[in-house]
Design a protein around this ligand. Sequence first.
Ligand code: NAD
Ligand code: MG
Length: 391
Amino acid sequence: MKRIAVLGSTGSIGLSTLDVVRGLPDRLRIVGLGARSDGEKLKGQIAEFQPTRAALADPRACDQLRRDLGSTGTALLPGPEGLIELAKADDVDVVLSAITGYAGLEPGLAALRAGKTLALANKESLVAAGPLMLEAAGRGGATIVPVDSEHSAIFQALASGRREEVRRVVITASGGPFRTTSLKDMEEATPAQALRHPTWSMGPKITIDSATMMNKALEMVEARWLFGLEPDQITVLIHPQSIIHSLVEFRDGSVIAQLGHPDMRVPIQYALTWPDRLESGARSLNLSELRSLTFEAPDPQRFPALELGHRALRAGGTMGAVLNAANEAAVESFLAGSLRFTRIAAVVRETMDAHPVIETPSLEDLRTADAWARAEARRRIASSKGNPIHA
Ligand code: NAD
Ligand code: MG
């Protein structure tokens, strides 16, 4: 029996995780649940799974939940510290981190320092602080198992050889809702259009990241730290059907891929049960029904975010944190209707241009870089206000 804490249990990945746990009651048990502020949803989850503890990062939402729950065997922990406590508690074996954004970093680090297996969906933490997370894992004797579908695919394909035998990895991308949209139309894209993803149903932030392809920029950096790759070993390929989740090319020219229908429950289950593979309800893949799988190279003109990912890979140090924080600020503004779609990557690039990199940053340096990049991006967004999205 593996005892699991789910951070971000009320979101898209969190809900899929609880579905996986429901399907494997003899193998998986929920002992911790945490989220930001959705007390209503968390209340239902507490009633169903009866975890040892639950946390809400928003202390007022936590107070309200305490009043609503009445007497319960679940300890309620308020504030961001509550999520950290959830992550390092003694009765936890696996922490599944499905928090969105930089907010997932400190709970993730706490899990690693405490020697837990970290099933990681929260890619932003690795992008911002890869080397620190690896160091924490090394010291704590902890393991990071990827949940992100592409990285789960790479993780599985890597089992076919040794690390020094890898020539390169190919991260696949659906291309998002604007794969074939002209740059001119992308300039006018509304949040509603950008939120309509063709193959995956996900939370709002990552859905916008998929539309700009910043998601692939983040995933390149994520792959670098997870698998110890050099920047020039990581490439991106558009594959609109989202059936091949990524590929690894070995030095003899053999390419190993992982395939399946796009359903996050598959990589989530693998991360939770690894190194075992258990039965799942996933549909079998019928390739004759699908008939064709297609591929194309991404267009750097329409998707400039990809180049920013390469740049963050090469620069290292604090640049990953800056890429991530500027993007979080820009996506928030786009969703709020105060930034043009095509300005998202531009704001990130301008923020990166203005950043003097610290090569081997401490956690404190990363906190400073994160706060600086958010403020710098917001300043740039405010100064382009004369350029409203529906001009
Ligand atoms: P979501 O918006 O649906 O859910 C986010 C969850 O995190 C919610 O439970 C929310 O309460 C919690 N949260 C947000 N901010 C928080 C904070 N400051 N403190 C504590 N909790 C906080 O997002 P999602 O789509 O489930 O994505 C979660 C993570 O997984 C992201 O890092 C995303 O990139 C990654 N991911 C998601 C998918 C997917 O299919 N949805 C696929 C691959 C990777
Ligand atoms: Mg992914």
